[in-house]
Design a protein around this ligand. Structure first.
Ligand code: SF4
Ligand code: FE
Length: 483
């Protein structure tokens, strides 16, 4: 079964024994919880699209390792064309869900682990690459969703992992046994953990010799003994429990983040990809972050397409699609969105082959891509709110619209152009609210800031990769300066 259907994916998740907590209670079946189910639907879309003939080339690829057709979300990039197809696939998934579809972190960790385990084995004669390849084939053959967990809680940001007052603020090895290791710690802001079969855990920063026990990477099932999740709150999350789908803005799709606790979790030897090789922690972080910063040039652009469309529909329903300032604002939104896409494509097109054989993005351009993502979606949201008008945040609820006594008044006074129902007008405004302030704002606006690393992380990489010395030489040559 190299490709699962969306339904098979949902059934496979229902069989897992996930330990999920929300509002202080254990959630017995996340797949049936009204707050959590929309996030599962977003991942399901990565399976549904792969079944559609028109998207087969983008969503699937033949694996060079299993010989079977697999979902691109489990693929190791074999060319710069593969890197570009990845970004296009993410844009498509963003367009179809208007949410975070979560499966990219696994794909990005596969590609980072592929080359880093190879490099580590080359230096130390370890067997991490073989471990990783066996895990990858296991994932590809079963079409699994895999989360990538990097971000530790980090405690005092001024202290290294080993120097923290509480040693668990970075995930670390607490016991080494003949058959494996035991780890303890937590990973924060985990998008998609709840909807994944497996997770790849990676260190979150470069490390020194004293941090050896923290330089650890492995894969394990998301329901392994000792793992539990505490779901994060989102603005307007409880609207999903009210039985009024219009008020959610996006009734079908969403994303979910969780704080994931690893409370003495056993990892068998054959699932370990790094254990103490601290010099490679930095490369793993840098490559994973690079791939994930490329990803944002796809997913956020797809969600941006929906937001731009929603703003244009709102203008139609308000009766002002021809106003020159409205037209110009929509052009500006498109210009910003396509600039992000151009960055995602550019860092892919200028990708290179690693010694291990897979392809990696151009790191400078991937960081420029994500740096732009920390800004442009904010401006796109600002323009969408401008076009939408204040009703987007003051409109009464769906229940008022449907109420026999109040409904006719809501319908009468909140109508825009006469031929469009008030219900449709409110639906599109709720969607804009959802993307800019509601549950999807986690995955669109604020995630654009902090996801795949906060802005300063990209600026550090830009300063490292920007080759300022070469630029100074250029200036001196042009100015005829001889020193
Ligand atoms: Fe994928 Fe974007 Fe979500 Fe990251 S934020 S997992 S790149 S959809
Ligand atoms: Fe993200």
């Amino acid at each position: 079964m190299a490709l699962m259907t969306g339904e098979q994916y949902v059934e496979s998740m229902k069989k897992m024994n996930l330990q999920v907590y929300m509002f202080g209670k254990k959630i017995e079946c996340p797949a049936e919880d009204p707050i959590l189910r929309p996030s599962m639907n977003s991942v399901k879309m990565t399976y549904d699209l792969a079944q559609m003939p028109e998207y087969q080339d983008l969503m699937t690829v033949v694996s060079p390792y299993t010989g079977e057709r697999i979902n691109r979300f489990t693929h190791i990039h074999q060319s710069t064309q593969d890197l570009m197809n990845k970004v296009k696939m993410q844009r498509l998934c963003g367009q179809k869900t208007a949410a975070c579809f979560q499966r990219c972190v696994g794909m990005d960790s596969f590609n980072a682990e592929f080359s880093v385990t190879y490099d580590t084995d080359k230096k130390y004669g370890t067997h991490y690459h073989e471990n990783f390849m066996n895990f990858l084939k296991y994932v590809q053959e079963r079409d699994l969703t895999v989360d990538g967990a990097m971000t530790d809680p980090k405690g005092d940001r001024g202290l290294a992992p080993h120097a923290q007052q509480d040693p668990d603020l970075y995930l670390h090895v607490v016991e080494r046994r003949a058959d494996g290791i035991v780890v303890r710690g937590a990973k924060a802001h985990q998008t998609g953990f709840i909807n994944s079969h497996e997770v790849i855990v990676m260190p979150t920063i470069s490390m020194g010799e004293d941090d050896k026990d923290y330089a650890v990477s492995f894969a394990c099932p998301t329901d392994a003994k000792g793992i539990f999740m505490i779901v994060g709150r989102q603005s307007c999350d409880t609207r999903k429990m009210e039985g009024a789908p219009m008020d959610t803005g996006n009734p079908t799709f969403g994303g979910t983040e969780a704080l994931v606790i690893f409370d003495n979790v056993f990892i068998p030897n054959d699932r370990i990809f790094m254990d103490g090789e601290y010099e490679f922690a930095g490369s793993l972080v840098e490559r994973f972050a690079g791939y994930h910063r490329q990803s944002y040039g796809g997913c956020k652009v797809g969600v941006g397409d929906v937001l731009i469309g929603a703003a244009a529909v709102a203008a139609d329903y308000n009766g002002c699609p021809k106003a020159s300032h409205v037209k110009d604002k929509i052009i500006e939104m498109q210009h910003l969105n396509e600039t992000l896409f151009a960055c995602g494509i550019a860092c892919s097109a200028l990708g290179t082959q690693t010694e291990s054989g897979n392809f990696i993005i151009n790191l400078l351009l991937a960081n420029v891509c994500k740096q732009n993502v920390t800004r442009f979606p904010y401006e796109i949201v600002r323009l969408a709110e401008d076009i939408a008008g204040g009703l987007m945040v003051t409109a009464p609820s769906e229940k008022d619209l449907k109420d026999p006594k109040l409904g006719p008044y809501v319908d009468k006074y909140l109508r825009g152009v006469g031929v469009v129902s008030t219900e449709n007008r409110l639906k599109i405004l709720r969607l804009i609210e959802n993307l800019s302030l509601g549950t999807a704002a986690v995955g669109y606006r604020t995630e654009s800031m902090h996801g795949a690393g906060s802005p300063q992380a990209q600026r550090i990489m830009i300063s490292r990769q920007g080759n300022l010395g070469m630029k100074k030489k250029l200036a001196k040559a042009i100015a005829h300066i001889e020193e």
